[in-house]
Design a protein around this ligand. Sequence first.
Ligand SMILES: Cc1ncc(COP(=O)(O)O)c(C=O)c1O
Length: 375
Amino acid sequence: MPTPNWETIVKRNILMNPGPVNVTDKVRDAQLRGDLCHREPEFSELMRSIRHKLVQAFNIEQEYTAILITGSGTAALEMAVSSCLAPGRSMLVIQNGVYGERIGKMADVYRMDKCVLTYSWGELPRLEAIEDTLKNDPSIEVVAMVHHETTTGLLNPLPEIAALAQKYDKRLVVDCVSSLGGDIINLAEYPIDFVVGTANKCIHGLPGVSFVLHRKKDLCRVEDIPARSIYFNLADHHKAQEQGDTLFTPAVQAHYAFDAALDELIEETVKKRIARYRRTAERLRKGFEEIGLELLIPEGRRSNCLTALKLPDGISYPWLHDRLKENGFIIYAGQGLFNNKIFRIANMGDIRNEEFEKFLKVLKECFVTTRKAGE
Ligand SMILES: Cc1ncc(COP(=O)(O)O)c(C=O)c1O
């Protein structure tokens, strides 16, 4: 096989951070569809198209409705969390990383009653503890969790927790911001009442628009919950969007790009994209192991979308980051207590196989260079 000309391949920054992601030219160019007022019928049509394509892509047209919000993934998460709990009831929050803890903080900001099960970062939540809590605390109405905890690359046991939520008749809110489109979420088998997602991770859109996929049969309950927020009230957004209207000024150009990204997802199919992500993650992990790097999360618990790696002794994250950036690759630091202990490599977005190969080659060179210098 001829060796590719690496120099001509890397002409752009390859984003191996977990969003925003590299997008196709078609998605990027869609932003230039034209200036548009959000009160015109063309924007209603664009919104209708995105909402429809979302439920179409995930094959959930019958059961779910999509509610859009201008903002990052956290905006959609806040819309779900602030809107899901009836007054006087409480929320069970499962935390084992930055994003689970963020749900807990949101519940505090909105002065919601909550009960928390906290685990170390990278540790799996214990199902018996979750079941005990649900069995013994009738005040709990909602269970909230993260699917792919991006802090560590751990995939939380969503099917099992969803089964428990169903068994005890609890509503389920799941932050799927970094897994929807990249890891399996079987909504037909284990329904989630609020699926929180964003345009600019595994769906390959641009930052600025996020969404909640909400089970239609729960809409009446949510409509009865008094609003806790002006911007983030899910029922109000839903009502407006059903009428082709939008509450506030949306990020119009991000919506154009999102619509184009959904066309590409539907063409590829969610199933095939997940399979592609899995193959890429496996290829990268094989390469990491060949370089001698240690993975943080054991096999079988890793997401398809991101790998957390331990920083070898004697290598600082800023040094590694800067060497890779000089070669056109952007990687991601460990957060909080993992700062300068791990680094993270995401494989989301429009990145070609030869670019992943080039990345492994450059990464290997970084470590060979330092090993030689240390000899
Ligand atoms: C699991 C998860 N939830 C929420 C967020 C927050 O998303 P955003 O930064 O788009 O607000 C992220 C971001 O990486 C994430 O990985």
